[in-house]
Design a binder for this molecule. Sequence first.
Ligand SMILES: [Zn+2]
Length: 291
Amino acid sequence: MNCLKPPAAKAGLVLRVPRARRLLGSMEFTDDQLHRYARHIVLPEVGGIGQEKLLKARVLVIGAGGLGAPLLLYLAAAGVGTLGVVDDDVVDISNLQRQVIHATGNVGTPKVESAASAISDVNPDVNFRPHHTRLTEKNVFELIADYDVVADGSDNFETRFLVNDACHLAGKTLVSGAILRFEGQIATFKSYKGDNFPCYRCLYREPPPPGMVPSCSEGGVLGALAGTVGSIQATEVLKEIMGIGSTLATGLILYDALETEFRRITLKRDETCPLCGDQPTISDLSIHAAA
Ligand SMILES: [Zn+2]
């Protein structure tokens, strides 16, 4: 007789054992959660309080592509409680060189569905919200309303400016990333707070003329660069949620992969900025309607 086997199980009955819970900070963690997030909780800067903030956080990722892939995977693994993604594309085989959230078997399926499957495998506790649509000036406010932080991994200037303007007007923190060829950029924008925090338009006033800056499909991009830049974006999102370290809201990180060089440039609010300047001319998203 196996003495460790409970009599109820032997009799074919289901024995319900309540999952152990422990109080850390103001939140009760299950044993599963304590094990899953142990390497976070042991960090003095994170602890139970920081992990609780992550579990209660809501983050929207724009694009399930090269930057969206590491963003979604690391935010899900970190235990961000509610994770949304906006993307209207389907997985193409040419995406797989860098978009590591998608598998070969998912070619032809919507990227948000492919991402949902991967995230469920990484952390089934995440409340994942796939938004299979294109972000426009008509739906952007409704989409970002439910989230605390927006992480932009889009691949075109129209979306980048739309997200910047919407986040400023709606009062959302924006962590922005961009990649092309061997170079990447990361910045955090929370110009809605004042305090001389700049916005994306303080850096680039308006989108470049069509054709002036090549897209990744035209100019190429080193696949692993997407992992580096997307992972730094994910780190900045986690820091913003937990309120630890220095915010990147006054800085721009430039990464040159060929030279293995990181540079941090200080960004200042431009008082003549049409969005966050002293006399703003952009007070709604109508400028994007004609685009
Ligand atoms: Zn600005």
